[in-house]
Design a binder for this molecule. Structure first.
Ligand SMILES: [Zn+2]
Length: 325
C-alpha cells in the first residue's frame, strides 16, 4: 500500500462496532468487530481508537499516517460537533466521537448518520454510481434512509434530514413508534416493531380459525416473545396467517417507499438492513407490486443493495473521502 492513502471506516451500531481499513478505491484491507463497550460514554471512542491502532499494526504502519477516519452511526447526532445526542440504542445522553478520536490518533475524523453514509457509500462504490437522484433505505431494527438529490447528499440543519422511518403511514396512529409519535412507518415494519403489528392484528382477528396459525400454535395468543424472524420463517413455511401479515406489512412498506418516491423522485432505490437481506423476496415483492398504487412519480428501479451488510462501512469510508480529502 506504499503511496496509497489509507482510510478508516467505522460502523457504530447499538450492539456492534465494526472498523475497516480501506484504500482510496474503497477496497477493505483489514477489518475488526467487537461488541460496543458501554462501560462509559468515553469508552466508545477509546474502543474505536484501540481497534484502529490494532488494524494499523496488523498491516505494519503507524496510525498517525492515516488520511482520516469516517464514523457512521445511527442518530440523532450533531454532525458539526461529531457527537451523538440521546441515541436510543446507547445508554448515554451525549457521546463525543470525533474530538477524542482526532486528539488521540492525530488524524482528522468525521461523523455521519449511518443511512446518509450508506447513501454516500452506495453512490461512490455500489449500485448508485452515476445516479444523481437516489434513495437508500434500510429495513433493519429500525427503518432509515439516505437521499442524494441532484447529486447532493441531503443532510438538514443537524445532519438528520432523511428520517424516512418516521414518515406517517397510518393516519389512525394505531401503533406508537420508538420515538414516541404515533403512526410512523418504523412502528409497523421495522424488525423491532413488526411483532407489535402482528400482536395488534391477531388480537383484532374475528374468530379462532383466523387466529390459528404456526405463530399461535406454539404460543397461544400470547405472542410476547414473537420476533420478526419467526414471522418470516412461518410465512416461508406456507403458514396462511403469516403470509397474510407479511403481505400487509409489505403494503405498508410500499406506502413508505411511495412517499420517498413522491418526495425525492429518485431514479434508483436500493434497500439494505438485516430484515431485507435475510428475506429479500418477502420484503421486496410486495413493495414492487403495490408502490405504484401510492406513488405519483415515475417508479424507479428498486433493488437490494449489492454492498450487503457492509453498506454502512462503505458509507463511513465514502464520508471520510468526501469530508476529509
Ligand atoms: Zn417515529
Amino acid at each position: 500500500m506504499v503511496g496509497t492513502r489509507r482510510w478508516v471506516g467505522v460502523d457504530l451500531g447499538g450492539t456492534w462496532v465494526r472498523v475497516v481499513l480501506a484504500d482510496e478505491a474503497g477496497n477493505f484491507v483489514a477489518r475488526a468487530q467487537e461488541r460496543v463497550d458501554i462501560a462509559s460514554s468515553e469508552a466508545i471512542s477509546k474502543q474505536m481508537v484501540r481497534l484502529v491502532r490494532f488494524l494499523c499494526s496488523k498491516r505494519g504502519f503507524d496510525a498517525k499516517t492515516l488520511a482520516g477516519v469516517g464514523i457512521a452511526s445511527a442518530g440523532p447526532l450533531v454532525q458539526e460537533d461529531g457527537a451523538l445526542i440521546n441515541p436510543p440504542n446507547l445508554p448515554f445522553p451525549c457521546i463525543l466521537l470525533t474530538k477524542p478520536i482526532t486528539e488521540e490518533l492525530g488524524v482528522p475524523s468525521c461523523l455521519i448518520n449511518d443511512c446518509a453514509g450508506a447513501a454516500l457509500g452506495e453512490h461512490k462504490f455500489g449500485a448508485a454510481k452515476g445516479h444523481d437522484n437516489f434513495v437508500y433505505t434500510t429495513i433493519s431494527t429500525g427503518i432509515g434512509g439516505g437521499i442524494i438529490e441532484n447529486g447532493t447528499l441531503l443532510l438538514g440543519k443537524d445532519g438528520n434530514g432523511h428520517e424516512v422511518g418516521h414518515f406517517v403511514i397510518d393516519c389512525e396512529g394505531r401503533l406508537t413508534c420508538g420515538c414516541g409519535r404515533r403512526g410512523h412507518w418504523e412502528a409497523y415494519c421495522s424488525g423491532r416493531n413488526m411483532p407489535n403489528y402482528v400482536r395488534m392484528r391477531v388480537k383484532d382477528l374475528p374468530d379462532r380459525t383466523a387466529r390459528e396459525s404456526a405463530l399461535t400454535r406454539k404460543r397461544g395468543l400470547d405472542l410476547s416473545d414473537l420476533t420478526a424472524a419467526d414471522l418470516f420463517e412461518a410465512a416461508k413455511g406456507g403458514d396462511k396467517l403469516s403470509r397474510r401479515l407479511v403481505s400487509e406489512i409489505g403494503l405498508l412498506n410500499a406506502m413508505g417507499f411511495a412517499t420517498a418516491i413522491n418526495a425525492y423522485d429518485p431514479s434508483l432505490i436500493t434497500v439494505g438492513g438485516t430484515v431485507t437481506l435475510k428475506n429479500e423476496d418477502a420484503v421486496l415483492s410486495p413493495i414492487k407490486k403495490h408502490v405504484k398504487d401510492y406513488a405519483i412519480n415515475r417508479i424507479p428501479k428498486i433493488m437490494v443493495t449489492p454492498l450487503g451488510e457492509d453498506v454502512v462501512l462503505y458509507g463511513a469510508v465514502a464520508a471520510a473521502l468526501k469530508y476529509l480529502s
